[in-house]
Design a protein around this ligand. Structure first.
Ligand SMILES: O=c1[nH]c(=O)c2[nH]c(=O)[nH]c2[nH]1
Length: 307
């Protein structure tokens, strides 16, 4: 009798990076670029490689890496939701013993800038840590119409210097926080939307580009809504603001079933300068407090109409 059993396993390649240049058909100097980091993990009939030291079923992670790069060269990688679908279908159809796959793609934000009042053909500014992320979990036994697909915006750092409040919260003997109707609000936006696969259609049609414009427009709309509400609302709390953002995205994007926000509340504390000749500090000089930070998460769904 052996002592242990394999409860679960998955393997593949992480941190596969590429920069792809897309050249316009009519102007070879008119480019788009995509810098991406890809993770592909396989599931399937690999147990003997763990339990019997039998490598026969292993598709080497090196092969996984080569495949990602070859498919990135041969196929359109825009938008990354489509490329994730292409990769998932490839690995699950090429190898009969691969039962499922998870694909995660991080895309950097390279944005063209203006030169002499016109958008450059092929020069870009990197927008810092902000990423677009796609996650796809596909199990072959469910068929290509059932999958779990999310798109996220991560590490979009924002700050507003007024029109944020926080008062009326629970008070007890541990409470020292003072209520405020005017504070700094800053966070690193992490917004994720879960696609409704029955509305979006099967992975094959996604891989063929049938939903490219939906992916692009929902991404732009989610980013715009997030920034717009952040700027315009007199925020009652991070909780209330993130719920409003999620609701606005659900209203605009019928193909989305849930929206999740995970937002650190990055604190900026007002310096008390009264010790210096009674100097008033009217929300002008703050201390950026690196830690601790608040962390507030919510997942928002759509109420279904009662018949
Ligand atoms: O928007 C906020 N939500 C909180 O839950 C919280 N807690 C806190 O101390 N400050 C804040 N701000």
């Amino acid at each position: 009798m052996s002592y242990s059993y394999l409860a679960d396993s998955t393997y593949g390649k992480d941190n596969v990076k590429f920069l792809k240049v897309k050249k316009d058909k009519s102007n070879s100097k008119l480019h788009e670029v995509m810098e991406a980091t890809v993770k592909v993990l396989l599931k399937g009939d690999f147990d003997v490689s763990y339990t019997e030291a039998d490598n026969t079923p292993i598709v080497p992670t090196d092969t996984v890496k080569n495949t990602i790069l070859i498919l990135a060269k041969q196929y359109d990688t825009w938008p990354i939701e489509k490329f994730a679908a292409k990769l998932a279908l490839h690995f699950t159809s090429k190898y009969s013993h691969v039962s499922g796959v998870t694909v995660e793609i991080y895309q950097d934000r390279w944005v063209k800038y203006n030169v002499d009042g016109k958008e450059s053909l092929h020069s870009f500014v990197h927008q810092g840590p902000e990423k677009k992320i796609v996650f796809l979990d596909y199990d072959k036994k469910n068929g290509p119409s059932r999958y779990f697909l999310t798109t996220s915006i991560k590490d979009l750092t924002v700050l507003k210097s007024t029109n944020s409040m926080f008062y009326g919260y629970n008070k007890c003997e541990y409470t020292t926080l003072k209520p405020t109707t005017d504070r700094i609000l800053s966070t690193d936006i992490f917004a994720r939307w879960e696609w409704n696969c029955s509305k979006l259609g099967c992975l094959k049609s996604i891989a063929e580009g049938a939903k490219d414009s939906t992916f692009d427009s929902v991404y732009t709309c989610a980013r715009d809504i997030t920034l717009d509400i952040f700027a315009k609302e007199n925020s009652a709390s991070v909780q209330a603001t993130m719920f409003n953002m999620a609701t606005a995205i659900l209203k605009k994007a019928p193909e989305v079933s849930y929206v999740t926000y995970e937002l650190p509340n990055k604190h900026y504390f007002l310096f008390d300068l009264k010790w210096f000749k009674g100097l008033e500090n009217d929300n002008e000089l703050f201390y950026p407090s690196p830690h601790p930070n608040g962390l507030i998460k919510c997942r928002v769904g759509r109420k279904t109409a009662k018949l």
